[in-house]
Design a protein around this ligand. Structure first.
Ligand SMILES: Cc1ncc(C[n+]2csc(CCOP(=O)(O)OP(=O)(O)O)c2C)c(N)n1
Length: 621
């Protein structure tokens, strides 16, 4: 048996034949299950692509041939084959192995991602560069059927099929799932491609590209009086092969060798089973096993049981939305692909007509929401902070500029832990704050979340973003009954003090209160639940007090609340602000638990207390 920890690079695969290849696949599968059970990570997508990854590395020569994985969440087998099995115990942890591809980790990681649907554009760039420099080697992109849905993928297809002198090899890893069931017309087209023909097998007669096979069918059809189209890929100028069985080495290697010889753009349609080899994941229609926390392999249950009443922010928000939908007919949730992660499974089951999953199409979701809102349909768009980056222009150009009251639920705002750099929710305040009319709020606790949701749904007439993090917290829905409405943007004082002022929002309000409880510092804590607009009445008062002000936020310091306060103060002659901003620095922030990141970037209690003492001391000198 091959010891995975001893693999240094994929060269050993060249001499491996069946049944050794199948044995290797089985070893990798059980390694993945047992390692991911310990660390958490992406399970189903990785189990589905084991044979395909082995076969690609057997047929192609990385790094000379560039192998690009779309998203990169399914590249664990690639990591193992390129010498990283021994690092799996540190997967997704601080200073550990990334859960995605990382150019700094290996020469075999030629492209990094984390967000979906970049692979085909990357491949276009690599192929053009190859043409310009006359270099040899192939470019292979592995993209899932979910990620193919995105506009970005289609923009690349539009280019790839007609550009002369390039020969990209697109491998469509079709498991019928995005995170959950794939949606839309393309999913239907792939379904019918799968259903309308039996799998291509590795026999010589099947080597004829689908294009030629279809001509025969087409001529026959036309003779009978109706024309049958080629596949969508053929129409895009990409020669289509498939579908083939993505778990059969003989077929995989046969077809990969075939497309490797081609001198033109092509698509190899490979059908795989998401979660293969682990029954819980295989039989999961909802995508619950797509990304997992540590679990017990036998029972499939999470290792760390949640305490009672501990829920995610997503659940707190979606409970409100659920209740709102019960009494509001003309209301829709528009969601780009993240139903489970956004806590909206129950909503989808009970109000299927009120939630529209558009697939991994963030910019489309936001643009369409603007038009729905124009027609007096109230829209809630739950979206992860980092994925809303995809729809930045639509928020400005289509929603805000046209004065539409679309409500954004900005999930995973702030630090995101194991997903790291690509998924950090650190930029949304900066990229939303400068948009005219935009409102941005963040609650400190569930009670305030529902108050702010009332404000967003019932009071505000502007585009509004409610931020919430990936943390879990105590939630008692019964306590929400008698909540006071918030009728205008306002801050609150959550702790009194006379020597300095600490301004925070979201969970940092509670964290700062707890931090100060451990000291004798006489510091006021302000809950800046409206990040935009500022509560200028309160802010004026705070500035007049002349005390040192510390702003704490776990987003980038560039353009956050601290910047907003400084901008405001600089426009008020007479105020000499003593403002100290503590956020994350102007650099990409790595994966890791909040404690690690706080410590590294001086947002931990010890540092902040010292800094406060320093500010108070300087102010009294
Ligand atoms: C822009 C963006 N939106 C959403 C996501 C979240 N996400 C990660 S993987 C995934 C599903 C990808 O489906 P598919 O491409 O079919 O790959 P599979 O996991 O099925 O292999 C989604 C929605 C993301 N990574 N990037």
């Amino acid at each position: 048996m091959i010891e995975l920890e001893k693999i240094e690079n994929p060269a050993f695969l060249k001499n491996l034949k069946e049944p050794a290849l199948s044995e290797l696949a089985a070893t990798i599968r059980s390694f993945l299950i047992s390692e991911i059970a310990k660390t958490g990570g992406h399970l189903s997508s990785n189990l589905g692509i084991v044979e395909l990854t082995i076969a690609i590395h057997k047929v192609f020569n990385s790094p000379k041939d560039k192998i690009i994985f779309d998203v990169g969440h399914q590249a664990y087998t690639h990591k193992i084959l390129t010498g990283r099995a021994k690092e799996f115990p540190s997967l997704r942890q601080y200073n550990g192995l990334s859960g995605y591809l990382k150019r700094s980790e290996s020469v075999h990681d030629c492209w990094e991602a984390g967000h979906s649907s970049t692979a085909l554009s990357a491949m276009a760039g690599f192929e053009l560069a190859r043409k310009m420099t006359n270099s040899t080697g192939k470019t292979v992109a592995i993209i899932g059927d979910g990620s193919l849905n995105s506009g970005l993928s289609f923009e690349a297809l539009n280019f790839l099929g007609h550009e002369p002198g390039i020969a990209p090899i697109i491998i469509l890893n079709d498991n019928e799932m995005s995170i959950s069931k794939n949606v839309g017309t393309l999913a239907k087209l792939l379904n019918s491609l799968r259903a309308s023909r039996t799998y291509r097998k590795a026999s010589s007669s099947k080597l004829i590209p689908r294009f030629f096979r279809d001509i025969k069918i087409r001529v026959g059809n036309m003779l009978r009086g109706f024309a049958k189209n080629l596949t969508i890929f053929d129409e895009f100028g990409l020669r289509y092969y498939g579908p083939i069985d993505g778990h059969n080495f003989k077929t995989l290697i046969h077809y990969l060798e075939l497309v490797k010889q081609l001198n033109r753009p092509c698509v190899l349609h490979v059908v795989t089973k998401k979660g293969k080899g682990y029954p819980f994941a295989e039989n999961d229609p909802y995508g619950m096993w797509h990304g997992v926390v540590p679990f017990d392999v036998e029972t499939g249950l999470p290792l760390n049981k949640k305490a009672e009443n501990i829920v995610s922010w997503s659940n707190i928000i979606s409970d409100y939305v659920y209740q709102y939908a019960q009494t509001h007919d003309s209301f829709r949730v528009i969601i780009p692909a993240m139903i489970n992660g956004s806590g909206l499974r129950r909503f989808q089951q009970d109000f299927p007509e009120k939630i529209i999953d558009v697939g991994i199409c963030e910019s489309f979701a936001v643009c369409m929401s603007a038009a729905l809102s124009m027609e007096n349909i109230q829209v809630f768009v739950p979206i992860y902070s980092s994925f809303l980056q995809r729809a930045y222009d639509q928020v400005i150009h289509d929603v805000a500029r046209q004065h539409q009251h679309v409500i954004f639920g900005i999930d995973r705002a702030g630090l995101v832990g194991g997903d790291g750099e690509t998924h950090q929710g650190l930029y949304d305040i900066s990229y939303l704050r400068h948009i005219p009319e935009m409102e941005i709020v963040q609650p400190k606790d569930p009670f305030e979340a529902w108050q702010l949701l009332d404000y967003a749904f019932l009071v505000s007439t502007h585009p509004i973003a409610i931020r919430y993090s990936r943390q879990k917290l105590l939630f008692n829905p019964d306590a929400l009954e008698d909540r006071e409405p918030i009728l205008a943007p306002s801050w609150t004082i959550s702790r009194n003090g006379h020597k300095a002022i600490l301004i925070a929002y979201g969970e940092n309000v509670g964290r700062m209160e707890r931090m100060l409880e451990k000291t004798t510092l006489d510091v006021k804590v302000v809950n800046a639940r409206f990040i935009k607009p500022l509560d200028t009445k309160m802010l004026n008062g705070l500035l007049i007090e002349g005390l040192p002000i510390m702003v704490v936020e776990d987003v980038t310091e560039v353009g956050g609340l601290g910047s907003a306060i400084l901008e405001y103060a600089s426009g008020r002659p007479g105020f000499i602000p003593k403002i100290s901003i503590h956020g994350l620095p102007d650099q990409f922030i790595e994966q890791g638990d909040n404690e690690n990141i706080y410590q590294k970037y001086h947002l931990d209690d010890t540092f902040l207390i010292d800094r406060l003492k320093d500010l108070i001391e300087k102010n009294t000198q």
